[in-house]
Design a protein around this ligand. Structure first.
Ligand code: SF4
Length: 256
């Protein structure tokens, strides 16, 4: 059986999809978004986070076989069966580990557990082909329509992200497009309109807006890293309504 580079397995999660879920965070990402709230999952290497104020050290990163991950997950099976719950694979970028992810999804399906894959989509389409039949839903980040900003700030190829989104939607997969709202990066009227134009061209109908927050701040400190967004203020209610109205002209919109 294949192995997964697992950062951590979080039980009874309520913020990563419907119902009660187990979220498997996979380690390693090919992007470098400076606002990332899971900085411990960017490097594929094992890492220790030292929370000095709490006198606590937490380690992230462990190779596990698919069988080990499934057996860990299945301890909570009754909670999945009780509602719309299931498993969410997040990261990091789960689609970098597509072969093991595909095997994991298939094993979970055999046990009646549904799977959401949370991806930024910046991987070769062939990676999606391997998992497209075994994943139930994709949560798909769309960060900007600006090719240069995506390349220079996030470190990826936006045209690949858009092309993969078009392909997923044309394969009739259930895709929730999720837009992180990052101050100074993608919140101006033109930023929003340009993202809408990209998403309309891909055939999206629904979007989730994810307002910036600083909940990952302490992790940067524990990793000994500077956090570029340490003093950035999350968008207020008026700004969120303004942005929601822009997206609302074209899509059904949900703010998380
Ligand atoms: S794609 Fe996600 S996990 Fe990767 S750096 Fe960006 S925000 Fe972090």
């Amino acid at each position: 059986m294949k192995k997964l580079n697992v950062s951590c397995i979080q039980r009874f999660s309520t913020g990563d999809g419907p119902g009660i879920r187990t979220t498997v965070f996979l380690k390693g990402c090919n992007l470098k978004c400076p606002w990332c709230h899971n900085p411990e999952n960017i490097s594929p290497e094992p890492q220790m986070l030292e929370y000095r104020n709490a006198n606590k050290i937490v380690s992230y990163g462990k190779m596990m076989t698919v069988k080990e991950v499934v057996s860990d997950i299945m301890e909570d099976i009754e909670f999945y069966r009780a509602g719309d719950g299931g498993v969410t694979l997040s990261g990091g970028e789960p689609m970098l580990q597509y072969e093991a992810v595909s095997e994991l999804c298939s094993e979970l399906h055999k046990n009646g557990v549904t799977v959401i894959i949370d991806t930024a989509g910046c991987v070769p389409w062939e990676n999606f082909v391997s998992v497209i039949d075994s994943a139930d839903i994709f949560y798909y980040d769309y960060k900007t329509a600006d090719d240069d900003a995506y390349k220079n700030i996030c470190g990826g190829d936006k045209s690949l992200v858009l092309s993969n989104l078009c392909s997923l939607l044309s394969n009739k997969k259930s895709v929730h497009v999720r837009i992180p709202l990052i101050p100074g990066f993608n919140m101006s009227e033109s930023d929003c309109e340009n993202i809408c134009a990209d998403l309309l061209s891909a055939g999206a109908e629904y979007v989730d807006l994810l307002p910036f927050h600083r909940m990952g701040s302490s992790k940067y400190e524990a990793l000994g890293l500077d956090y570029a967004y340490k003093k950035t203020t999350p968008p207020n209610a008026k700004t969120l309504t303004y942005i929601k109205n822009i997206y609302g002209k074209y899509f059904t919109v949900n703010i998380e």
